[in-house]
Design a protein around this ligand. Sequence first.
Ligand SMILES: [Zn+2]
Length: 206
Amino acid sequence: MSEPLSCTEPTAYDRITSDGGKAGVKFRLQLVVVNASGHEHVQEVARIERDEVSIETLGLTLAEGKLILKSIQEGMVQEQIQDALRRRRHCPECGKARHGKGHHDVTMRTLFGNIELKSPRPEHCRCQRHVEKTFSPIQAILPEHTSPEMLYLEVKWSSLLPYQVGCDLLHDVLPVNEKLSAVTMRNHLFAVPNGWSRNWARSGRA
Ligand SMILES: [Zn+2]
């Protein structure tokens, strides 16, 4: 009988486990936001820990992927909105700061989750005549509250599959809002103009 193979040099696995710790690795995913002046700030997106690797724990799970997409989407959208509001904080004519008149909540529906936004309602500056006293910058920038990609997939899958199957499919693979239902998808299918999804796909954006 031959002697068992013996390694005199420690392997990478031995080095990880030799100090009594478990084999494994930790991941911290971050979103780094860089503003126009080059200043960076970091938002934590996710922390993932893995022990010994197996085919089930190799890379991301579907659930982790969905949570990460949702978290990145939330961070990106809030930053974009804050940037847009900063640009509109002053009157473009005279440069005076606009006074706030409260805010209301707005929900934006995207493939990577619903995003709740605080939508401020500043007063128009008195240096110009305006029909209304106040306005909503977010309503002016984003009159639609559903992203066209979201609408496209809702309409496409509703037209190819039973509503409930299409709805389940969206929930299975994307972090869409948990309240998305077959009824909503049916309503959206009937609300869009004929050929809308075909034209959207032809535009090269889908
Ligand atoms: Zn002004």
